[in-house]
Design a protein around this ligand. Structure first.
Ligand code: F6P
Length: 366
């Protein structure tokens, strides 16, 4: 039967969202199906406005795969927020659910594809529990979603970090400096771990492995003694010194966002190293939203497209409340509920951690 399906992109953007949208449209418009596709604008908020949607066609999605961002727009705030800062749950109001159902009914939407990270998929689960047929697609540069080996967006962010480290190496060497780069990832260290390894960082500081400033200072000092005048330290925004809490930066509107640990590491290292009159210059670079911008890598274009196609297949199978999931090189599906139960973080026995240690990278803990 010919269907009309809805799709939206929610939460922080990441490269590969447009690839998913194109994948959804191409699979839905396949001659065997020829379904209608309605795209809702600005994340879930598009479900509340009378004119916040557009028809997605083969024509208006042609060529979008190669571009970052999302042609639908997105937001990580508004009426549908279902997880706040520290991961606390919040309930979507009955009024919002009723308005959403009314719009979906008016547009004859048979199913809704929600493309988002941990918070946005928690919203998807809530909508599903209220009777809205949702299919989830996992996205985030942080790669912190359970039940999928990888989210699209992660590879592009890591490529950005790698490029940044390549650039920092040349200036660090020229000036014989210690360069500290702070990267995103919220409470998970995946971006720092992968970007740090690919970019040749000397030390990687991640939330999962609390670090000692003294040990980090010893490590950098030793590098100097061994004939390495410059060093690169990559620090995840959620990394913490042993016994301390994550660091937040106040933002506009009284909001607090993770950030500032890079400067703290620089200050503390300076106290320890330069107190011994080594006079090593230390500089901090916060990579910020550059990691979310730009065009998707080859891998993210392919993963995004495969996710979009699989999401449409799940609608055809009537597998609502499920999320597409990447496992062992295949795109499979899992209940959304299992993906949002807890964050996927780096475990101490992760092989990537072992590999880093094996090539002499310090995590500031030993
Ligand atoms: O979850 C993706 C992410 O980029 C995090 O790594 C980062 O902490 C956060 O979003 C930044 O959010 P915003 O775009 O609201 O500053």
């Amino acid at each position: 039967m010919r269907k009309t399906i809805g799709v939206l992109t929610s939460g922080g953007d990441c490269p590969g969202l447009n690839a998913v949208l194109r994948g959804v449209v191409c699979a839905a418009k396949h001659p065997e199906r020829d379904w209608n596709v309605i795209g809702f604008k600005d994340g879930y908020e598009g479900l509340l406005g009378d004119d916040m949607f557009m028809e997605l066609t083969l024509e208006n999605t042609e060529g979008i795969m190669a571009y970052g961002g999302t042609i639908l727009g997105t937001t990580n705030r508004g009426h549908f927020v279902s997880k706040t800062g520290g991961g606390n749950k919040s309930r979507i109001s009955d009024e919002v659910i009723a308005k959403t159902k009314a719009l979906l009914a008016r547009l004859n939407i048979d199913a809704l594809i929600t493309i988002g990270g941990d918070g946005s998929l928690s919203t998807s689960q809530q909508l599903f529990e209220k009777g809205i047929p949702c299919i989830g697609v996992p996205k985030t540069i942080d790669n912190d979603l359970e039940a999928t080996a990888m989210t699209f967006g992660f590879d592009s962010a890591v490529a950005c970090v790698t490029d940044a480290l390549d650039r920092l190496h040349t200036t660090a060497r020229a000036h014989k400096r210690i360069m500290i780069i702070e990267v995103m990832g919220r409470h998970a260290g995946w971006i720092a771990l992968y970007g740090g390894l690919a970019g040749g960082a000397d030390a990687i500081l991640i939330p999962e492995i609390p670090f000692s400033m003294d040990r980090l200072a010893d490590f950098i000092r030793k590098r100097g003694e061994d004939g390495h005048p410059s060093s690169i330290i990559i620090v995840a925004e959620g990394a913490t010194p042993i016994g301390r809490r994550e660091q937040y930066r106040p933002g506009p509107g009284g909001e607090y966002r993770l950030g500032g640990i890079g400067d703290t590491v620089a200050r503390e290292l300076d106290k320890r190293i330069n107190a011994e009159s080594l006079v090593k210059e230390i500089r901090t670079c916060v990579l910020g939203h550059l990691q979310r911008g730009g065009d998707p890598t080859t891998l993210d274009r392919i993963l995004g497209t495969r996710f979009g196609v699989k999401a449409v297949d799940l609608i055809a199978e009537g597998k609502f409340g499920y999320m597409v999931s990447y496992q062992n090189y295949s795109v499979l599906d899992v209940p959304i509920a299992t993906a949002v139960r807890k964050l996927k973080v780096v475990t101490l026995d992760n092989q990537m951690v072992e590999t880093c240690r094996a090539i002499g990278i310090s995590f500031g803990d030993t």
